[in-house]
Design a protein around this ligand. Structure first.
Ligand code: TXA
Ligand code: MG
Length: 341
């Protein structure tokens, strides 16, 4: 079924109309400081199941619930561990998602049957106003079709979600451009399930100890249940076939030129970090450093498709604080085709 999708601005009166749609059980795509989200009333099971239909998302992949105040978190959880308290205190509102034990108000359709709930308090004013005017917590995954790169600009959401949702609030480009850091805070030590702009170092500074889940980079093997169901799915994939070429800058460049000459019959793109001397069919800059790479990656992946690239070689050459965040997304967009030189 095709829905007539309304495109709204970030004006207060538009956000109030969008909040009415949420209250009535409809779907609203909205900007956050990370990526655009696709929201519904978290306490309305039918509306939540419509999110899965609109995205084509597997129903065993749980959603993040968004709140507009710290007090609202208590409407969702049965327990806040000291680790959860510290993460909330230090990083909310902001680009972090904290996993806690859920209470009975949070339905199985939101958590995919898990006894935990992922909670995020965004910093973005529009996102916060939408939740506040709706008066309910908003369940929202990223507003892309399942498997596609997360949307960082309104036009990406319009491309993926037109005809599938009641309304899209078209704001500007997202500040971070990469999704929130997901942290399991149900135990004594926080565990990063998905790295983001809030890094392992930031969390260590606040909570003293932190672990990184083994499946952040390696694919989940078929016989195992990942801690975060989203880890096992194909993600962020453009139409082009992506290869990551990782290692020392000079060696990476030599390898990419070798790959380009082996694939002269295909339209090839290169995603380059801090270098404007490449020559290939399509050359896009990922930025000057890994933080910019994280910000630009999803946008560039969509641009390679717009430019008709069949193959994309993505450089990975910097091994700093943001390396894990970039690599986590890059490896997935490449379906783990990584060439280490
Ligand atoms: O920045 C973000 O987090 C964006 C914006 C819209 O807030 N949202 C987002 O949602 O990226 P989504 O659905 O694309 O990714 C949520 C991730 C998935 O990998 C999912 O498996 C995991 O969080 N997740 C959700 N609930 C969980 C839970 N209870 N336990 C473990 N992982 C969970
Ligand atoms: Mg997503």
């Amino acid at each position: 079924m095709t829905i007539n999708t309304l495109i709204f601005t970030e004006d207060e009166k538009d956000i109030k109309k969008a909040a009415e749609i949420i209250k009535n059980g409809g779907l609203v795509a909205f900007p956050t400081e990370t990526v655009y989200g696709l929201g519904a009333n978290a306490f309305c099971p039918e509306a939540v199941s419509d999110i899965f239909k609109a995205k084509g998302r597997p129903s065993d992949n749980p959603l993040i619930v968004h709140v507009s105040s710290k007090g609202m978190i208590d409407e969702l959880v049965s327990e806040k561990t000291p680790v959860a308290e510290a993460l909330i205190e230090n990083f909310m509102p902001g680009p972090i998602t904290v996993i806690m034990k859920k209470n009975s108000r949070v339905g199985d359709e939101v958590t995919a049957g898990l006894d935990t709930v992922a909670v995020r308090f965004p910093k973005n004013e529009t996102a916060r106003a939408l939740i506040e005017f709706s008066g309910v917590p908003i369940a929202a995954p990223s507003a892309n079709l399942s498997g596609k790169p997360s949307p960082t600009e309104a036009r990406h959401v319009i491309a993926d979600m037109s005809g599938r949702v009641e309304c899209i609030i078209a704001g500007g480009a997202c500040e971070a451009g990469v999704e929130s850091t997901v942290v399991d805070a149900t135990g004594d030590v926080p565990v990063i399930l998905r790295p983001g702009i809030i890094t392992e170092i930031d969390i260590k500074r606040a909570v003293s100890e932190v672990l990184v889940d083994e499946n952040v980079l390696t694919p989940v093997s078929a016989d195992k249940t990942p801690k975060s169901p989203g880890m096992k799915y194909k993600h962020y994939a453009p139409d082009a076939d992506v290869y990551v070429v990782e290692g020392d800058k000079d060696k990476v460049k030599a390898k990419i030129y070798e790959l380009l000459s082996e694939n002269k019959d295909k339209k090839c793109g290169v995603l380059v970090l801090d270098d404007n001397s490449y020559s290939a069919d399509i050359v896009f800059s990922a930025g000057k450093n890994n933080k910019e790479y994280a910000h630009n990656l999803f946008t560039r992946l969509r641009e390679f498709d717009e430019a008709g690239a069949e193959l994309v070689f993505a450089e990975f050459t910097e091994f700093d604080e943001y390396a894990l965040t970039v690599k986590n997304r890059l490896y997935k967009s490449a379906g783990n085709k990584v060439i280490i030189v």
